[in-house]
Design a protein around this ligand. Structure first.
Ligand SMILES: [Mg+2]
Length: 230
């Protein structure tokens, strides 16, 4: 990598707590079950399936949840649509290391959001002070492409005006962040929180260029690993 010119970042996990998604999907499941005359989802059973999906870093969580709690994998689409309606990022759910990280990057690279998110995420990022740092808004609901498809990554690269080898993607999943980014030639950072496993295997850790627990101190490591500060 000649020089690092752009940093792209996932939202759920690196920026906002993935519990925001968990709340939305649980609300959606409870509503769909109530309509069928069923009691709310057993939280312990949900946690088991969720943790299993986190450990696997692949496969469809929505399909597994639809099968387990709605009795039919085919209801995953219905669950997805209702989850989207409930998915918000309330004040106070942004990680405290986000703004210091962006401040330490500012002026050195282009910064972009690259995430499967609803349009409402933009208002949350404005409220929480992130928006002034954002050069590229790669929000799937706006762009019309979702990770892991290469189109969302390519769209962000085009918007930033950089080549893949001049960019890094930061995300907390292997299947939708690290693997598709690496395939296109971007550098990869795996943030181990939210939907990342509690105990990643050595094989999983080896898939990303860098694996970090927080964004603290990440900016200098990016320049060290992927190219010098311009
Ligand atoms: Mg994420």
């Amino acid at each position: 990598m000649a020089r690092l010119r752009a940093v792209f970042c996932d939202v759920g996990g690196p920026i906002y707590d993935d519990d925001n998604f968990v709340r939305a999907v649980l609300t959606a499941l409870d509503e769909l079950r109530a309509a069928d005359g069923l009691p709310p989802v057993d939280r312990g059973r949900f946690r088991l399936l969720y943790d299993r999906a986190r450990a696997a870093q692949g496969g469809s969580l929505r399909a597994a949840l639809a099968e387990e709690f709605l009795g039919d994998r085919a209801r995953r689409g219905e669950l997805h649509q209702l989850t989207r309606r409930h998915w918000v990022h309330p004040a106070g759910t942004m990680y405290p290391d986000v703004l210091p990280f962006l401040q330490s990057l500012a002026g050195s690279v282009r910064f972009g959001i690259l995430a499967n998110q609803e349009e409402g995420v933009i208002r949350a990022l404005e409220r929480d002070g992130v928006a002034p740092y954002v050069d590229v808004w790669g929000v799937s609901a706006l762009v019309g492409h979702e990770k892991p498809s290469a189109e969302l990554f390519s769209w962000c690269l085009d918007q930033a005006g950089v080549a893949p080898e001049e960019a890094v993607h930061i995300g907390n999943r292997l299947d939708t962040d690290v693997r598709p980014a690496r395939e296109l030639g971007l550098g990869t950072v795996w943030v181990l929180r939210g939907e990342a496993p509690d105990e990643p295997t050595d094989e999983q850790l080896a898939e990303a260029d860098l694996a970090v627990g927080t964004l603290d101190g990440l900016a200098p490591r990016l320049f060290e690993r992927f190219g010098s500060r311009p």
